[in-house]
Design a protein around this ligand. Structure first.
Ligand code: GLU
Length: 486
């Protein structure tokens, strides 16, 4: 049984800087699944305390991307809730009050050290090969002096007084006991000189005030957790349960990064990954079903999920695997469902596709489609009158001389003209007879025809495609190719 208070209240707390990150969706999926399973709430909090990097566009993009994936939330800046506001920039007074509480009970202190002094200190520590960190100079300032200097408008930050000795430990739900010696923890800045809180203060205060029971976040936050626990202690609060999820990693095991993998959720949407496939893929990064089925829905995950069953091994973010999964999801769709998805996908991109025609084309490409965006490239020749052919493409019919290529097309043209009804089944036997009578290899013969009809070497099944295009179009294209061949 998972420890902690139930029903759970969990959250994601993205910072709205830059494009919506795939890691946000990953953490959201696990948190949301846990909340739903136990009738709890999933909260979206916007951590925009970094005033220079946070933007409203980025915040809106997070909402759009998570909604696209179906990862909706019960409380958040845009939907409200009992703990509003859910945007940290609107909670400044709350953090100021809480920092004051810590000053008053002596667990935090004002630090008046100037930027120059801190820089000198760092330089000295570097030279002495000591770990960087604040040396605690301002800890010794008596309370009345500190108050006086603050009243006199001397700039200061507020730091947490970390004990010199001992260690801070917690039981991570997945990793067991984690202990960090207090001497390795810096006197963390809680309030900056501009009066804005740092991540640590705002995060802990909000988790407490929003009633968060379980903090499920990425592994990279483990080093911050002792500071958070010391903050809980300083306030006299009971901490939540901590569960640090495995980080998404590049092939070389480094933390997933833009340089090595697409990290923006917008990219995944643009490519035409299906939300269900992407969620399945993200789930697999840290979890699998009881019987190790690789393809499963969020509903199935909901049934079997428990936080303790998350793996801590470092999953590699492998796009080839995602492509495979997405292809599986695409093939699992019925033709009209896939057709509607494609029509909607392209409509969002300003292109209108004829449903009746689509219903004939979709069965021809569904087997090879890995992402919706590939449909365009695969099927252009259906949607245009004028295909362009590069003469050099015909070199793909390797064994045939230029003259023989013309013979192949001339024979194919006769079959096309003479076949009624104009169907794949009706064309098959006469095409075969034609190529046999010429003595050409099947591959070469059909390569010439494929290029004439589509302009490309690799396409959906050819005779089926010709049937969809119709007799007149095929006649015209073969004639044009013959003219091109001279
Ligand atoms: N604002 C942090 C982030 O951007 C939140 C980390 C946490 O969940 O505590 O990921």
């Amino acid at each position: 049984m998972t420890p902690g208070r139930f029903p759970p209240r969990v959250r994601i707390a993205p910072s709205p800087t830059g494009a919506p990150h795939v890691g946000t969706a990953y953490v959201a999926l696990f948190n949301r699944t846990f909340a739903k399973k136990h009738g709890g709430q999933f909260i979206l909090r916007i951590e925009d305390t970094d005033r220079t990097r946070s933007t409203r566009e980025s915040e809106d993009a997070i909402y759009r991307a998570l909604r696209w994936l179906g990862l909706d939330w019960d409380e958040g800046p845009d939907v409200g809730g009992p703990c509003a506001p859910y945007r940290q920039s609107e909670r400044s007074a709350i953090y100021a009050d809480h920092a004051r509480m810590l000053l008053d009970n002596g667990t935090a202190y004002r630090c008046f050290c100037t930027a120059e002094r801190l820089e000198e200190l760092r330089a000295f520590q570097r030279a002495a090969k000591r770990p960087p960190g604040y040396d605690g100079l301002c800890r010794k300032i008596p309370k009345d002096e500190s108050d006086r200097r603050a009243t006199a408008a001397e700039p200061f930050v507020i730091r947490l007084r970390i004990p010199d000795d001992g260690a801070t430990a917690f039981d991570d739900l997945l990793r067991g006991r984690i202990e960090i010696a207090n001497k390795d923890v810096d006197d963390q800045v809680l309030m900056k000189s501009d009066g804005f809180p740092t991540y640590h203060l705002a995060n802990v205060v909000d988790d407490k005030l929003m009633g968060i029971t379980h903090v499920m976040r990425a592994e990279e936050w483990i080093p911050s957790t002792p500071k958070h626990l010391l903050l809980y202690r300083a306030f006299g609060w009971e901490p939540p349960v901590f569960c640090h999820l495995p980080l998404l990693r590049n092939q070389d095991k480094s933390k997933i990064s833009k340089r090595k993998n697409p990290t923006s959720l917008e990219w995944y949407q643009e490519q035409g990954y299906l939300p269900a496939a992407l969620l399945n893929f993200l789930a697999l990064m840290g979890w699998t079903t009881n019987d190790n089925t690789e393809i499963f829905s969020v509903d199935r995950m909901l049934e079997e999920f428990a936080p303790e069953t998350i793996t801590t091994s470092s999953p590699v973010f492998d796009l080839t695997k995602l492509d495979w999964l997405n292809g599986e999801y695409i093939r699992a769709l019925a033709t009209d469902a896939l057709t509607d998805k494609l029509i909607a996908f392209y409509a969002e991109r300003g292109r209108t596709l004829d449903r009746a025609l689509m219903l004939r084309i979709v069965p021809l490409v569904r087997e090879r489609l890995k992402k919706l965006v590939e449909f365009d490239e695969m099927t252009q020749f259906f949607f245009t009158d004028a295909i362009t052919i590069d003469l050099a493409e015909f070199d793909a019919a390797k064994k045939l001389t230029p003259d023989q290529r013309k013979q192949a097309l001339t024979a194919a043209l006769a079959v096309v003209r003479g076949t009624t009804p104009f169907t794949k089944d009706a064309m098959e036997a006469p095409m075969k007879a034609a190529l046999e009578s010429l003595g050409f290899k099947m591959g070469d013969f059909f390569m010439c025809l494929r290029i004439a009809i589509t302009g490309k070497r690799a396409t959906p099944p050819l005779l089926e495609s010709m049937e969809v295009l119709g007799q007149d179009v095929c006649v015209r294209r073969i004639e044009a190719a013959l003219r091109l061949l001279g």
